[in-house]
Design a protein around this ligand. Structure first.
Ligand code: FES
Length: 360
């Protein structure tokens, strides 16, 4: 299963390591690592996650793909050997990225998958290693790692090797604190070019918005921008938000911070705190109730209204919607004064009460 990219054995592995070292050096030179407030738990999850993924999970999945492939689909082994590299590469990358878009999006919309992906969004700082921070089971079930094994088995190993290098370049770059796209935004000549680039590949600004704490800042969209390498899927499926600014705050709005073992080994190890969604048997309780709340709003100020009915800070969002398909509603107050906001979540004029609670 050794790939000879451009005639050099395992060149893809060296290039991916080189990309990591390159971004690592940039973060050191820029002073980021010195200023970082990361705790030891963060480093364990990110660096440990990287090692386990590279040395155990990926080889295991590729080995399984070969085992089942030779056992049940032996005649298909190597059928892509004669396919042009330039045809195999876009096929590999597009299928890979399409699978990863839907897997990643599902991890934000379904509770079990969200718990496997939650650690990724607990990071309160961006950084090149954040991309490796997920539960082990999240990677074991990741369809595009299986796609790596299948495509290699079919004979597309070279396309996989080259594709992984390109992908890592975009993904590690989009997580790094050294944001290469900032230079484009500041330059009048380069700025229009960026409008084209950001509509094809994921830029740091596009992905940092996904890691922002809340939509309230007008820059973040934690419930959108799910793409990994290409932004085309977000544009196609209505989840893209383009921005040229970066969030001031990263992480989760509501994070009880369980021990890293629960984050990485969920559901085998769970959190002790029964209020933590990573605890065994945890179920989100509805906090919706019939009566509206009278709140004082200030003109032109942004508010995030809870539409899922799970927030502990009704009628406002506290981030409890993660792991559901329901998103909060961002609205700007048109005047200063008191208004009645809906708590039953049945109103047709969200966020305002329209007396639908009488049917609650
Ligand atoms: S907590 Fe965010 S929408 Fe309900």
């Amino acid at each position: 299963m050794q790939n000879e990219l451009f005639g050099v054995p395992n060149l893809d592995i060296y290039l991916v390591m080189g990309i990591l070292v390159f971004f690592g050096m940039l973060e050191v030179i820029s002073g980021y690592l010195h200023r970082s407030q990361r705790k030891s738990d963060d480093w364990i999850q990110e660096f440990g996650g990287f090692l386990v993924l590279s040395l155990a999970i990926k080889p295991l999945i590729v080995g399984c793909a070969y085992f089942f492939g030779t056992r049940f689909f032996g005649e298909t082994q190597g059928i892509l050997n004669t396919t042009s590299f330039w045809l195999a590469l876009p096929i590999y990358l597009l299928v890979d990225d399409f699978l990863q878009y839907w897997y990643h999006r599902s991890a934000h919309e379904y509770p079990f998958l969200w718990k496997l992906h939650r650690a990724h969004h607990q990071a309160e700082e961006m950084g090149f290693f954040v991309s490796y921070r997920n539960a082990g089971l999240y990677y074991l079930m990741m369809p595009n790692i299986w796609w790596v094994g299948i495509f290699t088995f079919l004979g597309g190993g070279l396309a996989v090797a080259a594709g992984l290098v390109l992908k890592q370049l975009v993904i590690i770059g989009s997580h790094s604190t050294v944001t290469w796209d900032s230079i484009f935004y500041k330059n009048k000549i380069l700025s229009p070019l960026m409008s084209l680039i950001e509509r094809i590949i994921i830029t740091p600004a596009f992905h940092h918005a996904h890691h922002g704490k809340s939509k309230l800042d007008g820059v973040s969209d934690p419930n959108g921008n799910f793409g990994n390498m290409f932004s085309i899927w977000d544009q196609l499926f209505g989840t893209a938000m383009f921005t040229r600014q970066f969030p001031k705050e990263y992480g989760l709005m509501n994070d009880p911070e369980e021990h890293w073992t629960a984050s990485y080994f969920y559901p085998v190890i769970t959190a002790d705190d029964k209020e933590n969604e990573m605890s065994r048997g945890y179920k989100k309780a509805s906090t919706a109730f019939a009566e509206p709340t009278i709140v004082h709003l200030e003109k032109d100020k942004n508010y995030l209204y809870c539409q899922c009915g799970f927030s502990k800070n009704q009628p406002f969002c506290d981030g409890s919607h993660h792991g559901t398909k329901i998103k909060p509603l961002l609205f700007t107050a048109k005047r200063t004064g008191k208004v009645k906001l809906c708590n039953c979540k049945l109103t047709k004029g969200a966020p305002f009460c329209d007396n639908s609670h009488e049917e609650f």
